[in-house]
Every structure is written in C-alpha cells, then in structure tokens.
Design a protein around this ligand. Structure first.
Ligand SMILES: *Cc1c(COP(=O)(O)O)cnc(C)c1O
Length: 412
C-alpha cells in the first residue's frame, strides 16, 4: 500500500496509508467542542504539548486533523494547519510571524483581498513592497535589511502572470527569507511549491481543493525547508522539540487559538470529500480552459487571451515546466467596440459570478466589478484591461462550452 504513487490513489487512501482499522471507511464528523481525559495528567499532557490529543475545538478536532493530514500528504509537508477560510490562514500566518518594523516583499499581481490585507499590515508597522515578481531581480532590488518574507501566488488572477518561483525560492534560501507561496489556483494536484523551495504553502480550500463551491476553508503547510532556528520572532516557549514544527506551533497558538479563525468539523468533512476528486475535476477543467483559450485566441472579436497554456503567454515555459496543467482560469480582452455585459448576457451556459474553482463555468467583467474601486489609472498599472473578462472554467463537456462562447461571439 505505501508504494502507491498516484495523486488520487494517495488522496483517497491517505488515512489507510497511515494505519488500517476495521470499521467504517468514512470517518465520522466529530462535533464535540470539549475533549475529556480519564486522568488529570492526561489533560495536562495535552496542554503542555506532550500528547497530541485535543482539548477544545477552536484548536483542533479529529475531523480537522484528518483533513490536515490529507493536505499535508498532498503537499509533501512536515505539518499543516487548517482555518475557516484562505484569508484566515493568511492572517494567522502574517500576524504570528511578523512584528512591527519588519518588511515584506509581495508580488504586485495578487488576489485582491490579499493585497488589501497586506496594506492593513502597514497600520501595524510592517512595510510592504509590491514588485513584479515575474522577474526575480525585482525582488532582489526591493530587499531591505529588515526584509523577513516574500509572498507570491503560483498563477495570478486575472492576468495569469506566473512569478519566477524557482529563482525566488533559490534567492530566499540564500538570504534566509521566509518564502510563502499561495498555491490556490494550481492546487497540490498541479504543483507542489515545496519543489521550488517554498517555506510555507497556502491553499484556499474554498476553490479547486474542495471544488464544489459549497464550503470555505484555508490551509498552511510547512514544507520543512526553512530553518526556524534562525528566525528571530519564534517565542522562547515554542523553541522546543523539532525546529521544523516551531513556526506551525506558533501559528497554531498565537493565531489559530488566540484569533479563532477555526474551521468547523462539518466544513472539514465536506472539504475532504470534495478533495477526493481534485485530479478528475482539474484534468477536465484545465482541458476545457486550454480548448477555450485556443478558440478565443483566433476569434476576431477578441484582442488578447491571457492563459498560461498558450505559447505566446510570457511565462508559458514556466507553466509547461512546473505545472501538471495550465490551470482553469483564463481571461480575455474584447476587441474595441464590443461590450463585456453584452457578450456575457448572451452566453447562457456561463453564470455571472465571482469565485473560482466551481464545477460550473463562471465569468465576470473585471473593470466594473472586482477592480471597480481601484479606478482606471491603477487598473492600467496592474494590467487590468477595461474590456477584460475573467472565466473560471468548469467541468462541463468541452463541446458545450466552446459552442456557447462561439455562438454568443458570432451573434455580437
Ligand atoms: C480565494 C483566494 C484566496 C482567499 O481564500 P478564501 O478561502 O476565499 O478566504 C486567497 N488567494 C487566492 C489566490 C484566492 O483565489
């Protein structure tokens, strides 16, 4: 059994790979908030970290533990913590590991709420430089003596830029900087950021990981690459045991326990059921996205398609070399004279909605929704076109999807 190598074989058997037990194949959902012990010493051991049992559901339950173990196995990490949302995971990580006076280098192509969160950190005395990390030299140029961590996403949305993750990972190792990679758009099925030297990996479980658009969740995985013995902000009390676990212990205590962005057992269970089919869903969605990108690229009413699977994408070689597929987010700019709403209203198969990683294809115009507040000038700086549409491509049959776009475009 332990020789099983395939992604899905391992994910659906992740529990049995560790320990086989007779009985139900699907674990129950544990909704108990408190956890009792036969002896006082038993409870004391849990509080003191000498025993890995549970005490109170804000920190862990057997159900969240099972999900953590599944994600950890999929990312090849040394430990994983789950949270109520992807944003809760990011908040927990930044607040547990950063202090006033620190400096962060982040990609300028970021999920909007992460961008907003990083600007909030500035209120707490943490400065942030946003740089174009598709070229790692821009990170090096932004380095300061107080730089602590570097943050990037595998594929940015909506522009689909891919940072030079390999060069960033190498450089962060040389400079002993914590390198955090948001793997949400690729998921552990397409890519493991551990391979490029990431210290910590974030996954929003609300997207491809769970896949069905019915549950929120987030996770942080420690890859074991970073030597936390050299990190100055680990509290004395957490500098015991295996140093590879120090950061996660601090995130668990100072952020998950104290801030309380806890994933419920019900949500953890739903996420782990969804996760069993990541590979099947993503194979289909990524194939659909590539077919759609190739069709749109040749359409006269479309001026540009942003999709890493197209050979003219500026970072196509990175997607080809690092990722199993090219993702299922694609954006395109309508040619001059055409209107986003006019097109989208004609594509009946596609739902007008934000979010990504649903089984259904979702689409929305960028300038008038997510990036509306930003204003035209900043949109131009961040590469958001005024006639740009983002599609989160779903798992419908390819022909239906192509036909829906083709006939809507033709009728414009
Ligand atoms: C959705 C998303 C997040 C936030 O995740 P939530 O679970 O919605 O809080 C973070 N990063 C990326 C790239 C995302 O797409």
């Amino acid at each position: 059994m332990t020789k099983v190598k395939g992604f899905t074989s391992r994910i659906v058997h992740h529990d049995r790979l560790q320990r086989f037990s007779d009985g139900p194949i699907h674990a129950p959902i544990y909704n108990s908030v408190p956890y009792g012990y036969e002896t006082t010493e038993g409870l004391e051991a849990v509080f003191q970290g000498k025993n890995t049992g549970h005490s109170y559901a804000r920190q862990s339950t057997p159900t969240t533990d099972a999900l953590q173990s599944m994600i950890n196995q999929a990312e090849g990490g040394v430990g994983t913590l789950v949270f109520a949302t992807g944003m809760a995971a990011l908040n927990a990580t930044f607040f547990a590991l950063l202090k006033q006076g620190d400096h962060v280098i982040a990609s300028q192509y970021l999920f909007g709420n992460t961008f907003s969160l990083l600007t909030t950190l500035e209120n707490f005395g943490v400065s942030v430089t946003f740089a174009d990390l598709t070229d790692a030299r821009n990170a090096k140029a932004a380095m300061q003596p107080n730089t602590r961590l570097v943050f990037a996403e595998t594929i940015a949305n909506p522009g689909t830029q891919i940072p030079d993750l390999e060069a960033l990972g190498q450089w962060c190792r040389e400079e002993q900087l914590v390198f955090i990679v948001d793997n949400t758009l690729t998921s552990p099925y397409l890519f493991n950021p551990s391979k490029v030297g990431a210290s910590l990996v974030m996954n929003s479980l609300s997207k491809y990981f769970s896949g069905h658009g019915t549950v929120l969740g987030g996770a942080i995985t420690d890859t074991g690459h970073f030597d936390w013995q050299g990190y100055p902000h680990i509290f004395e009390g957490y500098r015991t045991g295996d140093p590879k676990k120090w950061a996660l212990t601090q995130i668990k205590k100072k952020a998950l326990r104290d801030m309380g962005g806890t994933l419920s057992s019900d949500a953890a269970y739903q996420i782990s059921v969804g996760a069993e089919t990541i590979a099947l869903r993503m194979d289909r969605a990524c194939h659909n996205a590539l077919s759609l990108a190739q069709m749109l690229e040749n359409h006269p009413k479309i001026s540009r398609v942003h999709y890493p699977g197209l050979e003219n994408h500026p970072q196509h070689h990175r997607a080809r070399d690092w990722f199993r597929h090219n993702g299922a987010i694609l954006s395109f700019d309508l040619a001059e004279g055409y209107d986003c709403a006019d097109l989208l209203n004609r594509i009946d198969l596609v739902i007008n909605a934000t979010h990504l990683g649903d089984n259904r294809t979702l689409a929305l115009p960028m300038a008038s929704t997510i990036f509306f507040e930003m204003g035209a000038q900043r949109r131009a700086e961040f590469g958001i076109g005024e006639r740009m549409i983002r599609c989160s491509v779903g798992i419908e049959e390819t022909d239906d999807l192509l036909e829906a776009f083709q006939s809507a475009l033709d009728s414009l």
